[in-house]
Design a protein around this ligand. Structure first.
Ligand code: SF4
Length: 150
């Protein structure tokens, strides 16, 4: 399962397949990370520096974190894509084809000036999260998406 938890400044990635429940996240920030709650991550319950420190304690790589750099990522169902937006300017996108039972991800791109900031990964996770919430499979034919989704 792929999920994104976002506030204005940070994005936390969650890949449940990698989690082996070492529970360091829960010991580190029990108000933010709580497996008994849905959603289990609530960024509003902590301060960004502490959340950052806690995520870095995760031994499995199930959790990861990036700064948003002022870029927000949205799911655009009508456009069959996720979009990275700086104000109203599109600075990246991840495109998929809705095949009914699956989202086939065929293209991910970020403007060169926004590369290496975790934005492409946020874009792929946004599509993956939307697919999983709709009980659809993921077919990543874009090599970057395939790498992110492992
Ligand atoms: S610290 Fe990482 S591996 Fe451990 S429970 Fe939390 S997410 Fe899972």
């Amino acid at each position: 399962m792929h999920r994104l938890y976002e506030n204005e400044d940070i994005t936390v990635f969650w890949d449940s397949d990698k989690c082996f429940h070492a529970r360091r996240c829960i010991s580190g920030s029990p108000m933010v990370f709580n497996f008994a709650r849905k959603p289990w991550v609530d960024l509003s319950k902590g301060e960004n520096p502490n959340i950052w420190k806690t995520v870095k304690l995760c031994p499995s790589g199930a959790l990861d974190i990036v700064y948003n750099h002022g870029v927000r990522v949205e799911f655009d169902e009508e456009g069959s894509r996720s979009l990275a937006l700086l104000d109203d300017r599109i600075v990246g996108e991840c495109d998929f084809e809705d095949q009914g039972e699956a989202f086939r991800i065929y293209h991910t791109e970020v403007n060169p000036e926004f590369e290496n900031k975790g934005i492409a990964r946020r874009l792929v996770f946004k599509v993956a999260e939307a697919a999983e919430k709709r009980k659809k499979k993921l077919i990543p034919v874009c090599s970057y998406a395939a790498k992110v989704l492992g």
